[in-house]
Design a protein around this ligand. Structure first.
Ligand SMILES: [Mn+2]
Length: 327
């Protein structure tokens, strides 16, 4: 971060969030757009093709001025910044990176080295709770006071990605505490309160009804299938007591599989769902995927029936244990 100055952002800057933009990606984009404006630059955020429901409710119309459709973007950019995306596959329009003289990436996903090579400025830190945390550090490093909107956006992204600070490090807490000078954490938490839709609750309940259980040593693995909300369903199975949960179903390009594991499973086994399970599966299946230690997603053109044994085998191999069906 030492090589970055206010001047790095003084110019016409294009900001790219990831597909199905979430609180962290969008929060980081808004906060960075405000920073760019503060240092005298001009920021434009490419309108994401889809935005998570919580994110669109949180921001509403307040951010309309920053968002531009691809056809409204013209000319050349001084800088293009990718936020919260570790591969070009996660972007709606990776081709737009070519329109900028310089490229920057700000992210907390495990880095894809090949993708990183395309960037002149890399603020990539796997140990950060969120991309918003890194943008917060950037503000502090450049000694810039955030606007209320920037502070609220960063705090929302940090609370969201850290599961309401459950995954927070001391550094996360320090930055949240700095943001507390500008916004109320209670207000931001209230804005983030997310009552689940009826359809999402039904998907979670159906996944519980259809669950198949496996024992992996002493660990319990839950595998299920639902037509939508696979990630939410997998989280639901973990909260019911599974150590690892995989839920498959229809996704954007065929099959989507969401995997989740408990924090204690990761602490004890060091099995990284993104790197050790989903990544090798994506390679085998010629699909796409990756993620974090305890949360990862796979997309592939293949049937769920064929993927299920692969999940179980990859998990068993990863922890070096045999599995058996639990009845
Ligand atoms: Mn994130």
């Amino acid at each position: 971060m030492d090589h970055i100055s206010r001047r790095s952002f003084n110019g016409k800057v294009l900001l790219l969030v990831h597909k199905n933009a979430d609180m962290d990606s969008m929060g980081a984009a808004i906060a960075l757009a405000e920073l760019i404006k503060y240092v005298g630059g001009v920021a434009e955020i490419l309108a994401p093709i889809s935005v998570s429901k919580l994110t669109s409710e949180f921001f509403g119309n307040s951010i309309r001025d920053w968002i531009k459709l691809a056809e409204q973007l013209n000319g050349h950019y001084h800088l293009a910044v990718v936020l919260d995306a570790g591969s070009s596959y996660m972007l709606d329009r990776p081709d737009l990176l070519k329109r900028a003289s310089k490229r920057a990436i700000i992210d907390h996903h495990p880095p894809n080295i090949e993708f990183l090579n395309d960037f002149d400025i890399r603020l990539v830190d796997e140990t950060a709770s969120s991309t918003c945390e890194i943008v917060g550090e950037l503000y502090r490093r450049l000694r810039i006071k955030p606007t209320i909107s920037a502070a609220r956006s960063m705090m929302a992204g940090m609370l969201f990605d850290s599961q309401n600070l459950r995954l927070a490090s001391c550094r996360t807490i320090a930055i949240v505490s700095w943001l507390c000078r500008y916004v109320s954490i209670t207000d931001v938490r209230r804005m983030l309160r997310n009552e689940l839709d009826r359809s999402e609750r039904i998907a979670r309940l159906k996944s519980a009804k259809r669950v198949e259980l496996y024992a992996l040593g002493d660990y319990v693995v839950a595998i299920s299938e639902v037509g939508s909300f696979q990630a939410s369903a997998a989280r639901g199975l973990i909260s019911m007591g599974a150590d690892v949960a995989f839920v498959g179903g229809k996704g954007g390009e065929g099959l989507r599989v969401s995997g989740r594991s408990s924090e204690s499973f990761y602490e004890k086994t060091h099995l990284h769902l993104g790197k050790d399970v989903i990544k090798p599966m994506a390679t085998t299946l010629d699909g796409h995927g990756g993620g974090h230690p305890t949360a990862a997603t796979l997309n592939a053109r293949i049937g769920w029936r064929e993927v299920k044994p692969l999940i179980i085998n990859t998990l068993a191999e990863g922890v070096g244990m045999t599995f058996r069906v639990l009845v």
